[in-house]
Design a binder for this molecule. Structure first.
Ligand SMILES: NC(=O)c1ccc[n+]([C@@H]2O[C@H](COP(=O)([O-])OP(=O)(O)OC[C@H]3O[C@@H](n4cnc5c(N)ncnc54)[C@H](OP(=O)(O)O)[C@@H]3O)[C@@H](O)[C@H]2O)c1
Length: 233
């Protein structure tokens, strides 16, 4: 079984489809899974608000109780962007970005670790970003959340390798997904201006299929020619 957070849209939805196609049982998590229209005998969906940190440990314990097969991989993909100069961001938005992009992933991973370590094998993946590698204007909090998940994944890789676990961080540049629906900018329209979610799914499938003794620490993907456009121009 593979667990995918953020399974209802964009990269996560594309990943779910690729995993089902490859024969995996997939447990997908999002706030609103109905919008994905996923109907497959090997897909199990759970509507969980990952940003509700107080409820999350219990939600994870209940979920893990339900699982009756080995977990091949945990893919921490759910995430949000709130962009703007720091003084334009509300404290509520700052909290929401850090809770969703960092702390919820720490809690979810912590919940699955005992089972993964007991199995003695398994992959833990995080969806980082180019924002995990470089700070950018109007991205202070998003970059902070992604830099933090990079540090977390590096430390976790060191902590869990001897238990048979592999930790991989994927760092995409612009990917053409609904992520930009509520932002003021988006990638330009040409195919080389954005990565497609299928490209990320292909990278993840390569990680899962690789020899257990080797770890892809990080994979960075970029559009051949990244160009942003301001919406309405
Ligand atoms: N698109 C890009 O250019 C890009 C580039 C680099 C990295 N990334 C990263 O890739 C990941 C996926 O993004 P995407 O582009 O596929 O965006 P997307 O289409 O907006 O998908 C985001 C997913 O996260 C889920 N999600 C958000 N908040 C949640 C919460 N509180 N609880 C549960 N699920 C939640 C959403 O489900 P619900 O709406 O149903 O909650 C949705 O399934 C994110 O971590 C993002 O930071 C994206």
């Amino acid at each position: 079984m593979v667990i995918v957070t953020g399974a209802s849209s964009g990269i996560g939805l594309c990943l779910v489809k690729a995993l089902l196609e490859a024969g995996y049982v997939v447990l997908g998590i999002a706030k609103n899974l109905e919008k994905a229209g996923l109907d497959h005998p090997n897909f199990i969906g759970r509507s969980i608000n990952l940003a509700d940190l107080d409820a999350l440990p219990d939600a994870m314990s209940a979920l893990i109780e339900e699982i009756d097969m080995p977990v091949n991989a945990l893919i921490n993909n759910a995430g949000i962007g709130r962009m703007g100069f720091l003084e334009q961001l509300s404290v509520k938005d700052i909290r929401l970005v850090m809770d969703t992009n960092l702390t919820s992933q720490v809690i979810v991973t912590k919940a699955f670790l005992p089972q993964l370590k007991k199995q003695g094998e398994g992959d833990i993946l995080f969806m980082g970003s180019e924002a995990a590698l470089r700070g950018a204007r109007q991205g202070s909090i998003y970059c902070a959340s992604k830099f933090a998940i990079r540090g977390f994944s590096q430390a976790l890789r060191e902590e869990s390798g001897k238990s048979g676990l592999r930790v991989t961080l994927i760092n995409p540049g612009a990917v053409r997904t609904p992520f930009f629906d509520r932002l003021q900018f988006e990638p330009e329209q040409s195919p080389e201006n954005a990565i497609e979610p299928e490209d990320i799914a292909q990278a993840v499938m390569m990680v899962l299929a690789s020899r257990a003794g080797t770890v892809f620490d990080e994979i960075t993907l970029s559009p051949r020619s990244q160009v942003w456009k301001k919406k309405g121009t």
